[in-house]
Design a protein around this ligand. Sequence first.
Ligand code: ATP
Ligand code: MG
Length: 180
Amino acid sequence: MYLKRLHIQGFKSFADKTKIEFKKGITGIVGPNGSGKSNVSDAIRWVLGEQSIKTLRGNKMEDVIFSGTDKRKPLGYAEVTIVFDNKDGTIPIEYSEVSVTRRMFRSGESEYYINKNACRLKDIKELFMDTGVGKDGYSIIGQGRVDEILSTKSEDRRHIFEEAAGIVKYKTRKEESEKK
Ligand code: ATP
Ligand code: MG
């Protein structure tokens, strides 16, 4: 599985419909300060369900919607679609390409889609559980996460290994059944 494509529209500085293609292997994003490099990684976290605006470097959730410039009006909603190549079947769904879309309006309501079918955020979380992908998966390593991985506290490192070992799914199910 690998990240194939991102479609961004109305998210932070991306007012226009923008398509970013990724190839297998290493991709670097370069550009001047303030050109939107970090907004690309914010878009990836957001579409995978990030709910913490602090993590997305804003003050309120609305801050992820294009807020306008001197020449351009603010937009009414933000939409991001992330596309994964799933030919190797890492994502447990019968599609060779898997897309996840999130759309959010200024009212704060978010809509989620898997391969264009409306779904709940919970469905996205479950689909990517134990794949390493996801807002807390080990495939996104923010600055703070480096400390977590290097931490000498075993509980901090445990979650990362649990996800890699593929047991988070079972742990979550057990916790949910114990709550009932
Ligand atoms: P650096 O090299 O300094 O890390 P960067 O390329 O990572 O820069 P970003 O942080 O991705 O830059 O982008 C910052 C820009 O995004 C700023 O110009 C900011 O005004 C713009 N921006 C953030 N949120 C919005 C929004 N909601 N609407 C419009 N522009 C936004
Ligand atoms: Mg940056």
